[in-house]
Write a protein that binds this ligand. Sequence first.
Ligand code: TSB
Ligand code: ZN
Length: 652
Amino acid sequence: MKVRLPDGKELAVGDGATAAQVALAIGPRLAKAALGAMVNGELRDAFAPIPEGAQVRILTDRDEEAVTLQRHTLAHMMAQAVEEKFAAEGHPRGVVKLGIGPVIENGFYYDFDLPRPLREEDLEDVSRRMEEIRKKNLPLRKYELPRQEAIERFEKLGDPYKVELIHAIPPGDPVTFYEQGGETGFTDLCRGPHVPRTGACPPHFRLMSVAGAYWRGSEKNPMLQRIYAVAFRSKEELDEHLRRLEEARRRDHKKLGKELRLFATDAEIGPGLPLWLPRGAAIRRALERYIVDLEIRRGYDHVYTPQMAKLEVYKQSGHWAHYKDSMFPIMEIENDEFVLRPMNCPHHFKVYKQDLHSYRDLPVRIAELGTMYRYEKSGELAGLSRVRAMTLNDAHIFCRPDQIAAEFRAVVEMILDVYRLLGFEDFWFRLSLRDPANTEKFVAGDAMWDLAEDLLVRVLDEIGHKYVRAPGEAAFYGPKLDVQVPNVLGHDETISTVQLDFHFPKAFDIEFVAQDGNRARPVVIHRGVISTFERIVAFLIEAYAGEFPVWLAPEQVRIVPITDDHLPYARALRELLLDRGLRSSVDERPERMQAKIRDAELLKVPYIAIVGAKEVEGTTVSFRSRREENANGVPRDLFVQKIADLDRTRAR
Ligand code: TSB
Ligand code: ZN
């Protein structure tokens, strides 16, 4: 048969030749270096038979794609090392049971059922054993077993997990195994792909942690021990990754949120239900004032509506049919059923419907800092960034079809203005569309979906912003534009969202009086600009590493009197700042000045005003700041004005 090579040439090989045999037909040097291949654009290992006429590119350790093969084999090597370790400790064969061991971003993990919990030292030992296995350069072999034989084999070994996995393999698919180091080595049920020998894996791996993980992610199943590891092709990449992790740990909003006294969670209140402490609340209030003022200036009408409603309205909206899994269960009183709202939309529709709107009134933009409740699984909760009680910077824009483009554009421009202020740079647009293969997740109506998608694409092209399509990520009621902002770890989070909706206006019989006097349907644009205050504050804590600009800092000035004699002057300065709406405090503790300064620095207060005899005499302030050079003897009024200016202009 023939295969096609990257240079366009054809190569004749035996029928059913494997990737390794193709490499050999090209040349012995390549055959030695081959780790796998890209076959018709898909990653395959050296054992894979190549189909007739396929496009083949042999991979060596110089190819980035090969790292996936290496990580996968490292996962097997880790399992082998764990088996060897427990055997060396005198446990009988079969006591180590294996769950799954997949490749993940930057590395791999493996789940184990073990006779005892793993400790830090165990990881070092496992890592050493992996390095030995790597140096032994054990060859890998792939083989297939009849399903029944495979099941019996694991039943004999007393491994219930693998038996379950085999049962989950679709009928007709082969049950395949990878073995390394012969029969006395290590064998695993596995689909592959892998490198052909353990020595082809890089030594640049690191076992990071052990964590509990339920078998198949369900609390009903036994808890296994998951070892996480990272692996890279070069030491530089590994070091860079570890450095980034360290930086992310330093900035982690859960850690900083505690240290800086911003927010807390309490086991008795419940998971995902954060308490905003005074300092965190100050940040949130500054953001709330900023965004509400901005929206009022841009033609939004702000409202307040309740955080619960009758179930009926969420049946009417389709939330109950399509969003029930994310809702808290029903509350019953006086023969009525109520739910906590998971979204604010129905409330805003009812606000719109309080008046009869003519075509001249549109667009009507109803906005709210809307508090809502979503049942997120406990395993998915993450500090402030994924919670169960949240307040969204929400709005629903009711507009005529001929106004969609302009409104959509205005929202995108507002998003860009806000991002400029906050300093977001590496964001990207995700056009979240319906999954055509899974339409029951979304409200019916192909025509509506097509129309809405076309519109979004047209406006995006007009604005000239690049976007990435994401099938399956749409809201159940329409396609949306999500703005993805990478966090310190480089993971994208959805901050803003703009959603086009032709569904709800019909479901809620929302109308306006058209020019010809007839009733017509407006279109609704759902949009959130700064996301929920929970998510944005989590994000900003990490982006700024806790060092908030003056306008957001919980405490803008810490006033440090050198001795008690200077207390009255310090308090007077605080009054002056208060008069300008600025946040400060006087450190009245009987501590040394240096200790007070250090504590203010630990709280990342942007300005520390030091007042002593000289300052009292000249009505001045001396300050320290991470933002600029320290200064002595600054006239008091000038200092207050400086802070007021930084606050008012929201300087970064
Ligand atoms: C924009 N009905 C629309 C609204 O009109 C809506 O609720 N859209 S949403 O479901 O996409 O949620 C809006 C934003 O809330 C998301 O883009 C995300 O930034 C934020 N968000 C969603 N779930 C959570 C959560 N569990 N914790 C914190 N923030 C969340
Ligand atoms: Zn909405």
